[in-house]
Design a protein around this ligand. Structure first.
Ligand code: F6R
Length: 232
């Protein structure tokens, strides 16, 4: 695990977008695992800006998102599909066919999850971006999730329901799914993440802090700002 400490959210976002751009230049058909939430938003803004300047071409990348609420209507603004299209996909030259999202409208959620696992197996993720929840979750792998978990339907923890204001379940890549990524970048910014960051980095590898399982990855980069790293 490599830990990079930066000053603030702006520096964190710059570092993440620079890594993504560098990797796309090395491998134009890079497969990227994206996250939603506040943590990667600044990096996505940078990617859009650099794309507009002609500095990066997304036409050959493939993407997989970590998670989606379930069930959720296709036109619900709260969906992670809407988040991704509004915050990045509609603003870069990505091909729609290369975008993979868990379908929160799928009737057969088991098949949806199995198909997603199969697709990831066929297109291994080169670079996976993850945020961390205040309770140590990654994706929607809430405390209690195991290292062998696969893409599945999960209940959200009460903190997550409160913070995300979504009363329902979710589909999420499992921890074993995420760990198959060739490289994982975990981002954390702000004081509210300090406890989760401390626990996942220096605590035991344990299912109560699902992010701690990422320490099993051979290529994990943790980028944290001063506030998120304040308890280390
Ligand atoms: C989002 C996701 C979640 C978030 C986490 C942090 O796709 O899977 O695990 O990364 O809840 O959210 P923010 O970044 O909003 O603090």
């Amino acid at each position: 695990m490599k830990i990079i400490k930066v000053k603030d959210y702006k520096e964190l976002s710059n570092m993440v977008s620079e890594i993504i751009i560098k990797e796309i230049r090395k491998k134009p058909n890079l497969t990227i695992g994206f996250a939603t939430g506040k943590s990667p938003l600044g990096a996505y803004k940078n990617l859009i800006r650099e794309h507009k300047k002609g500095k990066v071409d997304f036409s050959r990348i493939k993407t997989f998102n970590l998670d989606e609420y379930y069930p959720i209507n296709a036109d619900d603004k709260k969906s992670y599909r809407a988040y991704m299209f509004n915050n990045i996909f509609n603003k870069i030259n990505i091909k729609k066919d290369n975008i993979n999202l868990l379908d929160g409208t799928a009737k057969n959620f088991k098949k949806e999850c199995e198909d997603y696992e199969d697709k990831i197996k066929k297109n291994p993720i080169d670079l996976q971006i993850v945020g961390i929840g205040v309770n140590g979750h990654i994706g929607f792998n809430e405390p209690g999730s195991t290292i062998v978990s696969r893409t599945r339907l999960v209940d959200l923890a009460s903190e997550t329901i409160k913070r995300n204001k979504y009363l329902g379940k979710a589909l999420t890549m499992g921890i074993s799914t995420i760990l198959k990524s060739k490289r994982i970048i975990l981002l954390a910014s702000g004081k509210e993440k300090a406890r989760a960051v401390r626990d996942f980095i220096i605590g035991d590898i344990d299912k109560n802090i699902p992010a701690s399982f990422l320490r099993k990855s051979k290529n994990l980069i943790v980028i944290i700002d001063k506030e998120a790293g304040s308890l280390l």
